[in-house]
Design a protein around this ligand. Structure first.
Ligand code: DHB
Length: 459
């Protein structure tokens, strides 16, 4: 028997209402997408189809077999994520699933394993690369059922925020790559392709193995930090010294990526952290401010945009405006206390290091994660790898008020993808903190545009 067969009759008609708006849809819920699941509570998916396709197909925006498939993941903090339902995001606004249904898209919302999950023996089951393996298995399930499933499985558009934004980027960058194959086999994923059509990534928390250096490249020199709702804290002398060293490590790394701007000019950093790569990001901040000003916002409260006697923005002023959120090192904690340390745990170990720097400076005698595990979580490793099918379209958003990771990270992703020939829609929306789905109208006009433009995939 085919455990991974989709049953087109196994639905309930549901209605959701939000802020006076209503959607009616067929709900196929809790479909386990792996034949040999390790945690079926998370390795499952909800598939939703707007009821208009059955009630009044002549008014639907697509033929049902042509409707693009919106694939939101609900992973946050690299924790396990349940399949998204039409409703609100963690910031309380309408989520992509609700909006997608209203606009006539099919939604396939997978859950995924994450850090902290344990089996009956108390062993860890959600460490890396479980979360990305699960999203790939969900894509494979859809393809496995392409003849009977609503929507066009060659038009899968992934969406996620933060850790989920990182996973969306990874899903878009690693299509069909053999590195993940043994893990997919282990969970009994369908033997199908797992490349997708497009990826939308809000504030991706990624390039984790270099994110500490990137963080200090921006925030070194700010000694106070403001972590979520915790009271203001001050870095210790040891943390400051580590910050200086991490900051010095970033320019050589960034320069090794050999990035270029849209005009083909080389982007690099000097030893002190200044340089054309920083100017490139500063230019994007400025563009964002100009767009905001055109909308009529009074910008006098941001004097760093127009420094006296110089060209804006004043970078140091901008970084001070954002404030530091995390102590040093920001991701690979020398006490193994971050979500990322747990992500890189193993079946036996709760948390491990994933940078040489913190491994060397570990205060808890922490172990190092395997190089292959670290490699599989970084989309930058796959964008120019000929064994991966990188999707043709990416949309990357990182708010100008976000301090969960450095703006260098989203810029590196964008520029590496462009180098690989992808069409990348990249912007730093004005004043937006760490969050996603805040511009659904724009997100879906991008989806409409790329869906009608068609595939850019190079086989
Ligand atoms: C998320 C936020 C973080 O600051 C982080 O380090 C990892 C994940 C998140 O919101 O998903």
């Amino acid at each position: 028997m085919d455990m991974l067969r989709f049953d087109p009759e196994a639905y309930a008609v549901k209605e959701a209402e939000l802020d006076g708006r209503k959607v009616r849809y067929r709900a196929y819920e809790n479909i386990v997408y792996a034949g040999n699941p390790i945690d079926p509570q998370y390795q499952k998916m909800n598939i939703y189809v707007p009821e208009i396709y059955y009630e009044a197909p002549e008014r639907a925006p697509f033929e049902l077999k042509e409707a693009p498939v919106f694939m939101p993941n609900s992973v946050g903090g690299y924790m396990p994520g349940l399949p998204q339902e039409p409703g609100r995001t963690f910031t309380g606004i309408m989520n992509g699933t609700f909006y997608a249904l209203e606009q006539g898209y099919v939604v396939a919302a997978p859950g995924a394993r994450g850090r902290g999950l344990k089996d009956k023996e108390g062993k860890n089951t959600g460490t890396a690369p479980a979360c990305i393996v699960d999203l790939k298995a969900a894509v494979r399930y859809l393809r496995h059922n392409k003849d009977v499933i609503p929507g066009n499985t060659e038009r899968i558009i992934s969406n996620g925020t933060s850790a989920g934004g990182a996973l969306s980027c990874l899903l878009g960058s690693t299509g069909n790559h053999p590195d993940y194959e043994p893990f997919l086999k282990e969970i009994g994923a369908a033997d199908e392709r797992d490349d997708i059509f497009a990826a939308s990534c809000y504030c991706p928390i990624t390039d984790l193995d270099h994110a500490d250096m990137a963080y200090e490249w921006e925030f070194c020199g700010l000694d106070r930090y403001y972590f979520r709702d915790q009271p203001e804290c001050c870095l210790t002398e040891e943390q400051r010294a580590m910050g200086e060293e991490e900051k010095r490590g970033f320019p050589p790394y960034l320069n090794s990526l050999a990035l270029r701007d849209e005009q083909g000019r080389e982007l690099s950093l000097e030893a002190d952290g200044s340089g054309s790569f920083r100017d490139y990001i500063a230019g994007k901040v400025m563009e964002s401010a100009e767009r905001e000003e055109e909308r009529g916002t009074e910008m006098a409260a941001f004097p760093w945009l127009k420094p006296e006697g110089g060209k804006g923005p004043d970078w140091d002023g901008y970084v001070r405006y954002r404030t530091r959120m995390k102590p040093t090192p920001a991701f690979d904690d020398v006490r193994l206390g971050t979500p990322e340390n747990e992500l890189f745990g193993s079946r036996e170990e709760e948390a491990r290091h994933f940078t040489e720097f913190s491994f060397k400076n570990s205060l808890v005698n922490g172990k190092m994660a395997e190089a292959s595990q670290i490699h599989m979580m970084n989309p930058l490793n796959y964008m120019e790898d000929e064994n991966s099918t990188v999707c043709g379209y990416f949309r990357i958003r990182h708010g100008t008020a976000d301090r969960d990771t450095s703006l260098a990270i989203s810029a590196e992703l964008t520029l590496t993808l462009k180098k690989a020939g992808c069409d990348v829609d990249y912007a730093l929306p004005w004043g937006i903190p760490h969050s996603g789905d805040y511009d659904l109208e724009e997100l879906f006009s991008w989806i409409r545009r790329i869906s009608s433009a068609g595939s850019r995939r190079k086989d």
